[in-house]
Write a protein that binds this ligand. Structure first.
Ligand SMILES: Cc1cc2nc3c(=O)[nH]c(=O)nc-3n(C[C@H](O)[C@H](O)[C@H](O)COP(=O)(O)OP(=O)(O)OC[C@H]3O[C@@H](n4cnc5c(N)ncnc54)[C@H](O)[C@@H]3O)c2cc1C
Length: 380
């Protein structure tokens, strides 16, 4: 067994950490306060290869393995949840399905732009379809040689930015054996009848773009169908399996950043004549954080390794997402405690980390749904 990252993965971590420290961290508080989706920063991230990391070089990506991608998300989340969310949602949910299920023509059309300077969304959630995606009401109706799309989506990350190219949308396309049949469609921003509105005033990820989408008789041709007609649900749910690794990486990075902040603060803050890190009650909190973070990293990297080996990883991805997001919650809570009142001030980044971790137990499978997935996988 070898627990070391290889030379390329180590160099990649260093490169992303350097970028995160120099380019992301200085802007994070301002962007959060102002709910500012930072187009310039996103374009800069495109220039260092953070868009389309696992896309083969042939289509304009870096051709990295999944673990390297996860390391990049972890490093971004170590300084800012919103920026990590933009990159993770784009790579796994936006680009992922086109890379994995697109025709050669679709890949040539979209991937080079998406690896450079455009974003793509993943449109599953609706008002009546959250955890239960079979509650989808958006419809795709075949009329002549076209499909007509009608309905609405909510909570779609990256779908309403100035550089969004489009969104993959799940729609009901008919019935088979008495059951609803779903199809995934590639819907481009700018198409007639397609509207995107930012959903503002979130508690967390305030600098990440979240959109409401309306499809008012949007006309699509057969080239806009991703995968086969009727295969949409399978394709969207398989994408979420991979997406769970990204959310886990955000939890791990968030916990790491919060822990480092608390450790640093505890060594500088003097009470009763000594640094608070010297009080056992504080030191033990920090020790627990270190243990939880290491365990979370082990679980996540193992799931990535399985994926990189081409082995089944659904159960492990669910475990990693569940555990890393809960570790992020515990670590952030204890990190605030270690920092006392200062941890609650907006002048310290800890307050933002405390808010940003909260989504991680909800997005891409709530903790309750993940426990359901894991309990089924272990034969309950
Ligand atoms: C900032 C943000 C970004 C997002 N980005 C995207 C995106 O890019 N694309 C996208 O499609 N969606 C996105 N989402 C939606 C997200 O995936 C959903 O919020 C999530 O799937 C949960 O759905 P829901 O909010 O409707 O909760 P619900 O499904 O209504 O759940 C409510 C509660 O009931 C519980 N529950 C539901 N069913 C069960 C069950 N069978 N057993 C036990 N408990 C259950 C849940 O765990 C939860 O506690 C985003 C959400 C947010 C907030």
């Amino acid at each position: 067994m070898n627990f070391d990252l290889n030379k390329e993965q180590c160099a990649w971590r260093e490169k992303v950490r350097d970028f995160a420290e120099k380019e992301v961290k200085p802007l994070a508080r301002y962007n959060d306060e102002n709910q500012h989706f930072d187009t310039e920063l996103t374009l800069k991230m495109g220039r260092v290869g953070l868009l389309g990391m696992t896309v083969p070089k042939d289509y304009g990506g870096l051709g990295l393995d999944n673990l390297s991608y996860i390391i990049a998300v972890e490093e971004l989340a170590r300084v800012d949840g919103s920026t990590a969310a933009t990159i993770a949602a784009d790579n796994s949910l936006g680009i992922g399905p086109i890379k994995d299920y697109g025709t050669e023509e679709q890949k040539r059309k979209y991937l080079p732009q998406l690896c450079k300077d455009r974003l793509w969304g993943f449109g599953l959630t609706e008002s009546d379809a959250g955890s239960d995606s079979r509650g989808t009401k958006t419809t795709a109706t075949p009329i002549g040689d076209q499909w007509v799309l009608e309905g609405e989506k909510i909570f779609i990350t990256n779908s309403a930015t100035p550089i969004t190219l489009g969104t993959t949308v799940q729609a009901v396309s008919g019935m088979k054996d008495g059951k609803l049949e779903f199809t995934a469609l590639l819907v481009e921003n700018g198409m007639e009848g397609f509207e995107q509105t930012p959903m503002d005033d979130k508690m967390m990820w305030r600098a990440s773009n979240t959109g409401k989408l309306v499809f008012n008789k949007v006309r699509l041709s057969h080239e806009h169908i991703l995968g086969a007609v009727g295969e949409g649900s399978h394709l969207m749910l398989a994408t979420l399996d991979a997406g769970r690794l990204s959310i886990a990486a955000m939890g791990l990075g968030c916990a790491q950043g919060a822990y480092e902040m608390a450790l640093d603060y505890s060594k500088q803050r003097v009470q009763f004549g000594k640094p608070v890190s010297k009080f056992q009650a504080v030191a033990f909190k920090l020790a627990d954080m270190a243990v939880q973070i290491d365990a979370a990293r082990g679980l996540l990297y193992k799931a990535c390794w399985l994926k990189d080996q081409g082995r089944s990883y659904g159960k492990e991805a669910a475990m990693a997402k569940l555990y890393c997001s809960e570790v992020a919650a515990t670590v952030c809570d204890n990190a605030v405690q270690v920092m006392g009142g200062h941890g609650l001030l907006k002048a310290y980044d800890m307050e933002r980390f405390y808010r940003d971790q909260r989504i991680l137990q909800i997005g891409e499978g709530t903790s309750e749904i993940l426990r359901l997935v894991i309990s089924r996988a272990i034969g309950c």
